[in-house]
Design a binder for this molecule. Sequence first.
Ligand code: NAP
Length: 297
Amino acid sequence: MTAKILDGKAFAATIRARVATHVARLSEEQGITPGLAVVLVGEDPASQVYVRSKGRQTLEVGMKSFEHKLPADTSETDLLALVERLNGDPEVHGILVQLPLPGHIDSDLVINAVDPSKDVDGFHISNVGLLATGQKSMVPCTPLGCLMLLRDHLGSLAGANAVVLGRSNIVGKPMAQLLLRDSATVTICHSKTRDLAEVTRRADIVVAAIGRPEFVPGDWIGVGATVIDVGINRVPGEGDKTRLVGDVNFAEAVDKAGAITPVPGGVGPMTIACLLANTLTACARANDLSEPEGLTA
Ligand code: NAP
């Protein structure tokens, strides 16, 4: 069997186009333009690339983009003051504080200082609790992107055996909550899980989010399973170049799976598309307008 390749890049482009249509309508009919504020502290090169890309795509869908680049030695107090200002700014509907933050800043404190209704990352403790109890929340972007890919490919997830590899707060745990909400039977695995290969082999859906290059070999994948590879790992490439690989050995898994996301071009592009979708959702909720359909969980 050769798996269908789930093209996240193309799917993300359709989501951005839908977001852009809603943004244009909002501005035409209501005179409202959704705004996203991104805060970057320090000069981490990967974070700088992400923030640039977020800013560009925000403008491309017709939203306002507010970038706040602060030096690495910014104090926790100053960062919290900026978050407070953005919380009170009516032009800002979504706030994203780029992680990781420098070591002298308490990330949890900053995440929980963001107004939950503007928390487009979905990391605020209120949103985590709302998601866990099946209530309306802001949903973390990467798991939301994975869910959209799964729904698009499989339709209903009800009754499917889903295995999530990884239990981080930003991917594994919210992913498991979303799968559960869609009535999948969910197993969460981590570094202490016994018989990982056996557990994974029984899955109809595998979501790999462990951060280890090509960790999951093809013979862990059940025939016909749907594989969502969240991992982004940089490994040595040809000469002095590097290349990106996922957490799944794609070349092996593609012969066993029914469908699989590539790396790059799978989950990655979906994450920013879902950030824009979340900003639109936050803006609609803030203005008591009906939420655009199919753009949140
Ligand atoms: P993380 O916080 O480091 O969590 C990794 C998880 O994997 C932990 O729960 C850990 O278990 C588990 N794990 C590690 N080694 C394992 C092993 N040998 N067997 C089983 N489980 C193991 O990572 P993360 O932030 O969730 O990110 C995971 C990957 O996704 C990374 O490659 C990251 O770059 C990527 N990512 C991609 C996007 C995107 O937009 N595509 C977004 C976010 C993250 P313990 O809890 O027991 O330590």
